[in-house]
Design a protein around this ligand. Structure first.
Ligand code: PEP
Ligand code: MN
Length: 343
């Protein structure tokens, strides 16, 4: 069962409901979103039946959710959720471009990439300081030094920062510097990490696992929500397929389907799906047309020297083409660009 609190509910109202649930041998999980606070109740059928919270102060409504993922389910949501990252909206009414280098390499490279991102209409900067690489011999990222570079570039360019965290032990330090924490495809079912980002109180971008079903992906989001954080954006980044010509296959169905199953925003990352620059813009267009709430792309000022994923990084004409797609397609679907809102 899920208890939705009224917008004006106080901390005391919430504490008293949690006390009531626990007194009836149920477990309560409080999740605070930008729009509202929700209390998930777990317990046996008996517990749920005897729990009568309808009239208690601060309660807007109670609902039984039949989907296995309770807090992130679309059930009983009239409208999908908008979340805010450093003031930038991601949700059904807007369209958000996130761009930046795959990895933070140097202050100059990150600053140049951030300027490219901003000129293309991006309102959030991406960049990895902790890189989950297939090979232990590949560049692993700059760690805390990379986080500091991101924070400096944020000051200089004015774009809030999205960056990956790969280990539960690093969640606090990454949250100190970043505006949004990214969970990468390889960690989608790292449940300890999901719970740690759920507790830290920063928006989370949850990338879909390489071979994860929609339900597994939403159950992973439920882990974050259940620890108290409802500010989650889902990112489709391509799934492993039988086709060797492309790195991964962007699953456009995931955008449409998961937006029906969950109230959370869904964006696409065509860069990590394609693995090659010339496919990024066509895939971005497909994702936008399918209704994605945003797109995240890799850009790099000098892809030929990039330490990570240079082959897929946009620059020059390809980046201009992406900027045109982002400026022209979302309005056809009734969306305002987040760049316009950011002014
Ligand atoms: C990334 O966005 O930098 C990244 C590593 O992506 P993924 O986890 O989707 O491979
Ligand atoms: Mn990458």
């Amino acid at each position: 069962m899920v208890i939705v609190m009224a917008p004006g509910a106080t901390d005391a109202d919430i504490a008293s409901i949690v006390g009531h649930i626990e007194a009836h041998n149920g477990q309560a999980f409080v999740s605070r979103g930008v729009m509202r606070t929700i209390i998930g109740v777990v317990g046996t059928e008996d517990v749920l039946e005897t729990l009568d919270v309808g009239g208690l102060p601060g309660v807007a409504e109670t609902m039984r959710i039949t989907a296995p993922y309770k807090l992130v389910s679309a059930q009983n949501h009239d409208k999908r959720t908008t979340i805010r990252v450093g003031g930038v909206p991601i949700g059904p009414d807007t369209f958000t471009l996130i761009a930046g280098p795959c990895a933070v390499e140097t202050p100059e490279q990150t600053l140049e990439a951030a300027r490219m991102a901003k000129n293309a209409g991006a309102t959030l900067l991406r960049g990895g300081a902790y890189k989950p690489r297939t090979s232990p011999y590949a560049f692993q990222g700059l760690g805390v030094a990379g986080l500091r570079i991101l924070a400096e570039v944020r000051e200089e360019v004015g774009l809030p920062v999205v960056t990956e965290v790969t280990d539960a032990a690093d969640v606090e330090v990454v949250a100190e510097y970043a505006d949004m924490l990214q969970i990468g495809t390889r960690n989608m079912q790292n449940f300890g990490l999901l719970q740690a980002v759920g507790r830290v109180g920063r928006p989370v971008m949850l990338k879909r696992g390489l071979t994860a079903t929609y339900e597994e992906w939403l159950m992973a989001a439920e882990y974050v929500a259940q620890r108290g954080n409802l500010d989650i954006v889902l990112c489709e980044r391509g799934v492993r397929s039988f086709e060797p010509a492309i790195r991964n296959m962007l699953d456009v169905s995931a955008v449409a389907m998961v937006q029906r199953q969950s109230h959370l925003p869904v964006i696409v990352d065509p860069s990590h799906a394609a693995g090659r620059r010339d496919l990024v813009v066509p895939l971005a267009r497909a994702g936008i047309a399918a209704g994605a709430d945003g797109v995240m792309v890799d850009v790099h000022p000098h892809p030929e020297t990039a330490l990570c994923d240079g082959a897929q990084a946009l620059f020059g004409d390809a980046l201009d083409e992406l900027a045109r797609a982002v400026a022209t397609i979302p309005p056809l679907l009734g969306r305002t660009s987040a760049a316009h809102l950011a002014g």
